[in-house]
Design a protein around this ligand. Structure first.
Ligand code: NI
Length: 187
């Protein structure tokens, strides 16, 4: 089932997610719905708070060649990360333009560590560890931020953020259009 996506300004996106308690029908349904929602919206990553949930779960869609070797066997399924933790990040950083389904029409360059190492449970709730670089590392870090209540626009310069202030206010008040369903209910 496609779930409506929460917009910047919705309190659930600032709350931070909590450890998922493991394999349950509710988590499996959430994972399936999140993959369907991400694909329907044409996104390459989606975190649970973006659909109003507080479990530490995110999904990502990466072309096979961009996937970390450890995750390649999961193709063609979307990658599922339950209770992910970043355990190591490189000193080397890179800058790349990011966008977010919760902030339509905004793209900004963000500086992040180039490589990360992480632990997580996959969609079968098996414990895994992976190392990622490039776009994979970027998507993972962007989605990990959502689980901490952080947006990519929190990581840009104060100057850039000031230029976006009006736009972000519009998004927060729902004055925005997207090609996918946006959440319009009580927050
Ligand atoms: Ni996002």
């Amino acid at each position: 089932m496609i779930l409506p996506i929460r917009l910047y300004g919705d309190p659930v996106l600032r709350r931070g997610a909590e450890e998922a308690s493991g394999d349950s029908a509710s988590i499996r349904q959430l994972i399936d719905d999140m993959i369907e929602t991400m694909r329907g919206a044409g996104g390459i990553g989606l975190a649970a708070p973006q659909v109003g949930r507080t479990e530490r779960v995110f999904v990502a869609e990466l072309a096979a060649e961009l996937r970390p070797a450890e995750a390649r066997e999961q193709a063609p399924e979307a990658l599922v990360f339950v209770n992910p933790e970043i355990i190591e990040e490189s000193d080397e950083e890179s800058e790349f333009e990011e966008g977010c389904l919760s902030i339509p029409d905004v793209v900004e360059p963000v500086r992040r560590p180039e490589r990360i190492r992480m632990t997580y449970l996959d969609r079968h709730f098996r414990a895994r560890e992976l190392e990622a670089g490039g776009l994979a590392a970027r998507v993972i870090q962007h989605e990990m931020d959502h689980l901490e209540g952080v947006f990519f626009v929190d990581r840009i310069s104060a100057f850039r953020r000031r230029l976006l202030r009006r736009k972000l206010r519009e998004v927060a008040s729902g004055k925005v259009e997207a090609s996918y369903a946006l959440y319009a209910g009580p927050k």
